[in-house]
Design a protein around this ligand. Structure first.
Ligand SMILES: CC(C)(COP(=O)(O)OP(=O)(O)OC[C@H]1O[C@@H](n2cnc3c(N)ncnc32)[C@H](O)[C@@H]1OP(=O)(O)O)[C@@H](O)C(=O)NCCC(=O)NCCS
Length: 341
């Protein structure tokens, strides 16, 4: 087997790469929602400043043009520079022939050459196979340990307007000093600095098990580039913010509405700045955002979200809104051996 870098700008190579990723990542997952080819192409082809993406594929010796497995290495350049985020996928029909191991070893080498010492990767597992699933056996055999367990949840839409109003009314007396505002696709310049500060805290404030993250380093400039990229993917972003008396963003919640998956909405981050907690701003921003999305996209059938199983505050809000658990998303971590350089 040969492993080589994939030219993601080449349509034929990218198509094969995407097919293997989709087949592997959606296998035996009835509720999976995966990138469309267009969304995935934008993600791999338009790198954000501050990130480096490298893509590889394993080819069968007998047929040098057919990919049998793929891998990617994502590295952040301005924060968390000890880490590499690795992805390895083998099509279900090609498993158990050593392809996954060979690709993983190869991309671990790429990460180490860039000085990365903490290797992270993830898999989706059904609840009942948490301790025994083949992906777990694979990860543990390769020296990774379970570092964080997230639960993926689904909320069926629509939520009756009366119910949304009841949640908003219940929370309203607790946040009289804040203005709640919803924005579509972009944010006004004057909010960008406080928004970026807030959003950068998510990696620090949300529980991530045994994985130790630094704050992220998004700036107004990189935020705008990210917004552009999401638009090119055909996704509409709804951002509801809570603004304090000085007009600064102190809480946020994001929903992403993909054109290419007409039934689904993705819940991305929700965060209340530490010094503004206790005013029901988490519930409030989520409910206002949900209301805006439901009004604009009444055809949507579900919202998907993921939270660490230790994130009691967020999980309590999600359970109140009616989110139901569907599967686990497990993060695996391989740390350097003591004494290793
Ligand atoms: C995990 C994955 C990459 C493995 O690919 P693969 O090519 O089948 O892996 P390998 O053949 O190299 O397996 C290596 C070892 O992992 C373990 N393993 C892999 N699949 C297994 C299975 N179905 N049952 C039990 N053990 C398994 C075995 O110890 C195996 O060694 P062995 O065959 O000598 O016993 C593939 O199943 C996949 O694409 N999964 C979806 C994405 C994912 O979860 N990626 C991995 C993140 S850690």
């Amino acid at each position: 087997m040969q492993i080589r870098e994939v030219d993601v700008q080449d349509d034929d190579q990218f198509h094969q790469f995407f097919r293997i990723m989709t087949d592997a990542e959606t296998f035996e997952r009835p509720e999976a929602a995966f990138w469309s080819e267009r969304e995935c192409a934008v993600m791999f082809r338009h790198e954000e400043p501050g990130e480096k993406w490298q893509s590889y594929a394993a080819f069968d010796d007998a047929d040098d043009t057919t990919m049998v497995g793929i891998g990617c290495v994502v590295m952040t350049l301005h924060d968390n520079t000890d880490k590499a985020f690795l992805g390895v996928d083998v099509a279900p029909t090609m498993r158990r022939r050593g392809i996954g191991s060979a690709v993983l070893s190869f991309i671990e080498g790429v990460a180490r050459e860039s000085g990365r010492t903490v290797l992270l990767t993830e898999s989706h597992l059904p609840f009942e196979a948490r301790d025994s699933h083949p992906y777990r056996q694979f990860a543990e055999k390769r020296g990774y340990s379970l570092a964080n367990v997230e639960v993926r949840r689904r909320l069926r839409l629509p939520i009756p307007e009366k119910q949304l109003q009841a949640w908003a009314d219940e929370a309203a007396p607790h946040h009289t000093d804040y203005r709640i505002q919803t924005f579509v696709d972009d944010l006004p310049d004057e909010l960008l600095e406080s928004y970026c500060y807030l959003s950068n805290q998510l990696a620090l404030d949300a529980p991530t098990g045994d994985i130790v993250f630094e704050a992220e380093s998004m700036t107004p400039e990189t935020f705008r580039i990210r917004v552009q990229k999401v638009k090119e993917q055909g996704r509409t972003m709804y951002e509801t913010l809570a603004l304090d008396r000085d007009g600064q963003a102190v809480a946020q919640s994001t929903l992403s509405v993909p054109q290419d998956d007409p039934s689904t909405v993705f819940q991305w981050g929700t965060l209340v700045r530490k010094d503004h907690r206790g005013h029901r701003l988490g519930l409030t921003t989520k409910v206002a955002n949900l209301r805006a999305v439901q009004a604009a996209h009444p055809e949507r059938e579900r919202i998907l979200t993921t939270n660490s199983e230790d994130n009691a505050n967020m999980v309590d809000i999600n359970v109140k809104l009616g989110f139901e658990p569907i599967e686990l998303l497990v993060e695996w971590q391989r740390k350097p051996m003591p004494g290793a350089r």
